[in-house]
Design a protein around this ligand. Structure first.
Ligand SMILES: *Cc1c(COP(=O)(O)O)cnc(C)c1O
Length: 381
């Protein structure tokens, strides 16, 4: 079955009790049992809920995976993966990471004795020196946030497989429409469902998908034990959002491409970070592992100052200045003071995230209007 058909149908079946075509919102905390421990597969809603189950199936199918588990946020999903580890274990991850993931690894889990190596994973040759007998996990985010670096998933998997290292991919920026890491041999895919999967800026949610039965059981055990599960109303909203994922992604990609090209040709713009440019350092890898290049891009102004970037962000009218991404409406963000403020300044600068960097999440509006808005804001800087 092709992607659009899966997006519309996967995981959703007419409700057995009424035939309702849409999975109902099972707003319940518990389920009545016929006799002690004799029930219909549902005992208590932290463990399972039919609306959530439909969604988990849908996301698993979109990622070509066997099992899906939803969490109350992307960070809740990430947290469950790190809880697979034990004190003394080591993790290899990138130096260009979602700020919240960096904060969790550094501020929460280092004190439990887990060691994280933050390295430039966009060059696979950098990885080997950090691998040792304690390495248990590679945590990969590609395209990366906010610098749109591309990591070769297959190259990481090939190295990890020889050393028994789990590979988890944060696939939030690509969405399952653009990239399916399990097909490349990754063990776990993580999504901030809040972004493209939900798609309408109205839900916070996370998900993990895997093909491995044992790994799934361990993750489901953590999800039920630790309890970061989403509610049925949110699950319903995401089920609804997913039905148009392919349509939205097509528009995000075509708008993203036109805006990247527009910005690149503008004299007041400095560097544009977008993996679709042939001169992007890992353009060939992006072409190999992604279906298209997505709706996220970052850029600096040719007058590379915080003051000008601030002026620009205050001057846009259609783009909303806000954290988050992946919704139908276009957003503009200042990573240094917003999404990535939890990363110390010297770390940020060292990794190429300058004070004037501006990140855009291109929505599904008419691209002419978006370009007109950027154009009028550029005249003001
Ligand atoms: C937003 C985001 C997260 C965190 O997800 P939440 O749903 O906000 O908890 C993780 N990774 C990436 C790449 C994100 O954009």
């Amino acid at each position: 079955m092709k992607f659009g058909t899966k997006a519309v149908h996967a995981g959703v079946e007419p409700d057995p009790s009424t035939g309702a075509i849409m999975t109902p919102i099972y707003q319940t905390s518990t389920y009545v049992q016929e006799s002690p421990a004799k029930h219909k597969g549902y005992a208590y809603a932290r463990g399972a809920n039919p609306t959530r189950n439909s969604l988990q199936k849908s996301i698993a199918v979109l990622e070509n995976g066997k099992h899906g588990i939803c969490f109350s946020s992307g960070m809740g999903a990430t947290d469950a993966v790190i809880k697979l580890l034990s004190p003394g274990d080591e993790v290899i991850t990138s130096n260009d990471l979602y700020g919240g993931s960096y904060r969790m690894f550094k501020k929460i889990y280092e004190k439990f004795g887990i060691k994280f190596h933050f390295i430039d994973l966009s060059k696979s040759a950098n990885i080997s020196p950090y691998v040792n007998s304690k390495t248990k996990l590679m945590w990969i985010e590609t395209p990366s946030n906010p610098l749109m670096n591309i990591i070769d998933i297959k190259a990481c998997v090939d190295l990890a497989k020889t050393k028994n290292i789990l590979v988890a991919v944060d696939n939030t920026f690509a969405s399952p429409y653009l990239q399916n890491p399990l097909d490349m041999g990754a063990d776990i895919v993580m999504h901030s469902v809040t972004k493209y999967l939900g798609g309408h800026s109205d839900v916070i949610m996370g998900a993990l998908v895997t093909n491995d039965d044992k790994l799934h059981q361990e993750l489901a055990f953590i999800a039920n034990s630790c309890g970061a599960v989403p509610g049925p109303q949110d699950s319903f909203l995401v089920l609804r959002g997913i039905k148009t994922l392919h349509l939205r992604m097509e528009r995000h990609c075509s708008n993203g491409k036109k805006i990247a090209q527009y910005l690149k040709g503008h004299p007041k713009v400095g560097k544009v970070y977008w993996p679709g440019f042939p001169d992007h350092p890992n353009h060939d890898i992006a072409k190999k592992q992604m279906r298209d290049f997505g709706g996220m891009l970052s850029f600096t102004l040719s007058n590379d100052s915080l003051k000008m970037a601030t002026k620009f962000m205050e001057s846009v009218e259609l783009f909303s200045l806000a954290e988050s991404l992946g919704g139908v409406e276009s957003l503009i963000n200042h990573p240094a003071s917003m999404t990535h403020a939890s990363i110390p300044k010297d770390e940020r600068i060292k990794n190429g995230l300058s004070d004037s960097l501006i990140r855009l999440s291109i929505g599904v509006e008419d691209v002419e209007d978006l370009i007109a808005d950027l154009d009028q804001a550029l005249t003001k800087v």
